[in-house]
Write a protein that binds this ligand. Structure first.
Ligand code: TRP
Length: 431
């Protein structure tokens, strides 16, 4: 059986913290050791330019720190393909090919872009104020990352699901125009991974400035832990584990027995200072050996550079010939090769489809499914097949407008944006 291809990128715009470790790094490193998977992990430094433009030192520093972190946490660069996005010139090349099959309307609907526009509108500014074309194009660059390696699965956070769906839509459009080149990727959301609270009890996040960096020196780790918010219960007073950031952090690192023991100590009125000491020791026990490797790597950037270059060579062994094939497919060809005038076949299967059918109630219905057959939209019953056909034609021709106008005849879709995108893909393919 062919191995499952798993790919994910990490934007190089910050310093890894405990939340990243528990939520992404630790589970991903574990998963990379499984048999039957072929993993691709990369440092998304082109993406970092979108968020950190004007701060080159930060991009470089973050790239070093994130690479060292993943290696120190046990990622095996011999087993997986670990590379830096900007070492693969085929990625921006593919980005352009994909840009040319991506509806601008699809990008208009991206959550991150829409959020910026909404914020501007609220404050009375021009809708696109401060929005770079880079931010707007973010989903296409991300689609290129994924489609270049024909990844089946893309482990991401919930906020990235839409980007994977867009990658799928973009892949469908390309496949329809030029033949079946791309695998349609799927987002994988790790459900049972804890979201860690930060120093102030809210979700640990750079944007709240409440993080505990993964590899701070031991003494600083201790100081940070001593600063975690608690309530004002005195030593000897029973304490509640519910809503205790300290407890949740402990739980993310400790075994079930250790966690039970701490719960018992809470009930028995352990002093906060003592509980913090326990947390510090438990954390440091897991982190200390990795910190040693990390510090060694940071002192020797040439070693990391070499590892990344090796990863880039592995990645390009796939990307270079594949890009060659794609260039040929779109018509970027040497002039002394014979013109291939055949039109791609087998492309139909990769498009969303409308299906009309009749139910036992004698009425006529239609539904829209995506390229993989998943239901996107369903109609209510029409008395005549012509009415159903007209509604489908209108949806295909007018997209979102028709979706609103025909709302009474449709069962409200779960995800309006997916439906709208599918209609866009259909309209473009018919054009
Ligand atoms: N956008 C992702 C994030 O911010 C990072 C990323 C870039 C990525 N390219 C990717 C993730 C490709 C998965 C696949 O988390």
């Amino acid at each position: 059986m062919n191995p499952v291809r798993v790919l994910t990128g990490i934007t190089t715009s910050g310093t890894p913290h405990l939340g990243n470790y528990v939520g992404a790094i630790r589970p991903t490193v574990r998963a990379s050791r499984l048999a039957g998977v072929e993993s691709f992990y990369f440092l998304a430094d082109y993406h970092a330019l979108i968020k950190t433009s004007g701060d080159p030192a930060r991009v470089q520093r973050s790239t070093l720190e994130i690479a060292a972190t993943w290696l120190a946490c046990g990622l095996d660069p011999e087993k997986v393909t670990f590379y830096r996005q900007s070492d693969i010139p085929e990625i921006p090349e593919l980005t352009w090919m994909l840009t040319c099959v991506t509806g601008k309307g699809l990008l208009n609907r991206a959550h991150a872009y829409k959020a910026s526009v909404d914020k501007n509108t609220e404050s009375g500014a021009e809708p696109d104020d401060g929005v770079t074309a880079g931010l707007f194009m973010y989903p296409v660059l991300m689609a290129a990352d994924i489609l270049m390696f024909n990844a089946h699965q893309v482990p991401v956070g919930r906020d990235q699901i839409q980007h994977i769906e867009m990658a799928r839509d973009i892949a469908s459009s390309f496949n329809h125009l030029y033949g079946e080149h791309f695998t349609l990727p799927e987002a994988v959301i790790e459900e049972n991974v804890a979201t860690l609270p930060g120093l102030d009890g809210r979700k640990m996040s750079k944007s709240y400035d409440n993080t505990i960096p993964l590899f701070v020196p031991r003494e600083q780790l201790k100081k940070l832990i001593m600063g975690i918010v608690t309530d004002s219960r005195a030593p000897g007073e029973p304490k509640s584990t519910e809503g205790s950031a300290l407890f949740q952090l402990y739980q993310a690192f400790a075994s079930a027995e250790e966690t039970d023991a701490l719960a018992k100590a809470y009930a028995e009125g352990i002093a906060w200072g003592e509980a913090k000491q326990l947390l510090f020791e438990r954390l440091d026990r897991e982190i200390a050996p990795m910190r040693e490797v990390y510090d060694g790597l940071i002192r020797d950037p040439a070693r990391i550079e070499k590892t990344l270059k090796m990863g880039a060579a592995k990645a390009r062994a796939i990307a270079t010939p594949f890009t060659q094939r794609l260039r040929h497919a779109v018509g970027l060809r040497a002039l002394d090769t014979q013109a291939d005038t055949s039109t791609p076949k087998a492309a139909k299967a990769a498009l969303p489809v409308f299906k009309q059918y009749r139910e036992k109630d004698g009425l006529f219905y239609f539904k829209l499914t995506d390229a993989r057959g998943a239901l996107l939209l369903q109609s209510t019953g029409f008395a005549a097949p012509r009415e159903a056909a007209q509604a489908m034609a209108r949806l295909q021709a007018e997209g979102k407008l028709a979706l609103d106008a025909l709302a009474p005849q449709l069962i409200a879709p779960d995800d309006v944006e997916r439906v709208t995108s599918a209609l866009d893909v259909l309209r473009q393919s018919a054009a």
